[in-house]
Design a binder for this molecule. Structure first.
Ligand SMILES: [Zn+2]
Length: 127
């Protein structure tokens, strides 16, 4: 199995990775303007309010764009932007499937993958 590097955990994303350790996907919502955003930030990127709150994401979304990396890596993998149902996009990997079948618009759902010495990271697999 591919070794996934540990994410760098900081005060802005610690809650996110604590939840990931429990198999939960969180995203941030701004209480001031109502927009979701990702990656997690203390300050809303849309209106610069600091009134951002954690919300449970459904964990389902659609592949927005994807690319399979085969050269210079020990094992091929698929890097993708997934647009969650809540409307935010996550840079992630599509896993546990035939990488040749991954396509734009494919419905996917979150799975959590262990990392090398860090908290698990959310990735996606065909729904
Ligand atoms: Zn806002």
């Amino acid at each position: 199995m591919r070794k996934i590097p540990a994410p760098s955990v900081n005060p802005e994303n610690k809650v996110f990775f604590d939840a990931a350790s429990q198999g939960k996907l969180l995203i941030k919502k701004c209480a001031a303007c109502g927009e979701f955003h990702h990656y997690p930030r203390a300050i809303c990127p849309f209106c610069f309010s600091d009134k951002t709150e954690w919300r449970d994401a459904k964990g389902t979304g659609t592949v927005y764009t994807c690319s399979v990396l085969r050269r210079g890596v020990p094992e091929p993998y698929c890097i993708a932007y997934v647009t969650l149902e809540e409307g935010v996009s996550m840079l992630t990997n599509i896993v546990d499937c035939d990488l040749d079948k991954v396509s734009i618009g494919m419905k996917v759902k979150v799975v959590f993958k262990p990392t090398d010495g860090g908290p698990p990271v959310p990735m996606f697999t065909p729904a």
